[in-house]
Design a binder for this molecule. Structure first.
Ligand SMILES: [Zn+2]
Length: 247
């Protein structure tokens, strides 16, 4: 029997009584665990296997399958369920995370990103749109799609007033160097948006959520981070489509 700490990213019912849960762990990627008699488990053990529960799981391995022996909640994020937009956004975070994480990978920072984002979403201390942008862009950076935000690819200027961010290559060109014949999808942005992008990509985890942007900057940032994630993941997400219908 082994013990792991993780966050439930998905639940699937099997038959009348059982379910499978996908758990994001820090050490071994996403694992699929069978929960026998899930419908009969109440109270502490029941809530600890719900979607988005952060729990300590005792797991038995039999053959290639994993079975839940017991579970104990660390934090359940009940506050997310008070608001349709919060729970919908959190469900999107879980879906995109489940798609991105490879089995058997070390994900300590990624798990921390999800836990911190859910923490701020639950307590309402950060704007939802800002949390979505931070989550999308930092996740992409952590899984190998870090944009190159240091300087203009043409002339090396560091702080152009206006610039063109290229979605596929993840770099940018200042207005003087930009060639609009390029086939890459691009977005025209101003320096404050670039500064926010730099912060999300480069900041230390302890400072990641400690910044504010104006409403105007947030609008552009939201469009940029979502397009960047969807461009590189090459798919859409049902949970994102739903979230966008209710905000
Ligand atoms: Zn340039």
């Amino acid at each position: 029997m082994t013990t792991v700490e993780g966050i439930v990213l998905k639940e699937r019912s099997v038959g009348e009584q059982d379910k499978f849960i996908d758990i994001l762990t820090g050490e071994s990627g996403v694992i699929e665990v069978s929960v026998k008699g899930a419908r009969k488990i109440n109270g502490k053990s029941g809530s600890s296997t719900q979607l988005l529960a952060y729990s300590r799981f005792c797991i038995d391995k039999r053959g290639k399958y994993l079975y839940l022996n017991s579970a104990e909640p660390i934090h359940i994020f009940y506050g997310l369920r008070d608001s349709l937009s919060k729970i919908s956004l959190a469900s999107y975070f879980a879906e995109i995370m489940r798609f991105c994480i490879k089995p058997e990978a070390q994900n300590g920072d990624i798990m921390r990103l999800l836990l911190n984002t859910l923490h701020y979403l639950e307590n309402g201390q950060r704007d939802e749109k800002l949390l979505k942008s931070v989550f999308e862009l930092r996740l992409m950076s952590e899984i190998g799609y870090m944009p190159d935000v240091v300087a203009c690819r043409g002339c090396g200027v560091y702080e152009p007033a206006e610039l063109y961010f290229c979605m596929e290559s993840g770099g940018f060109y200042c207005a003087d160097c930009f060639d609009n014949e390029s086939s890459d999808n691009y977005m025209k942005i101003k320096l404050p948006v670039l500064s926010a992008v730099r912060h999300i990509v480069l900041a230390d985890f302890s400072r990641l959520f400690n910044f504010r942007v104006s409403e105007e900057v947030q609008q552009k940032l939201s469009a940029l981070t979502e397009m960047y994630a969807l461009t590189h993941l090459e798919r859409s997400f049902g949970t994102l489509d739903f979230y966008k219908t209710i905000i």
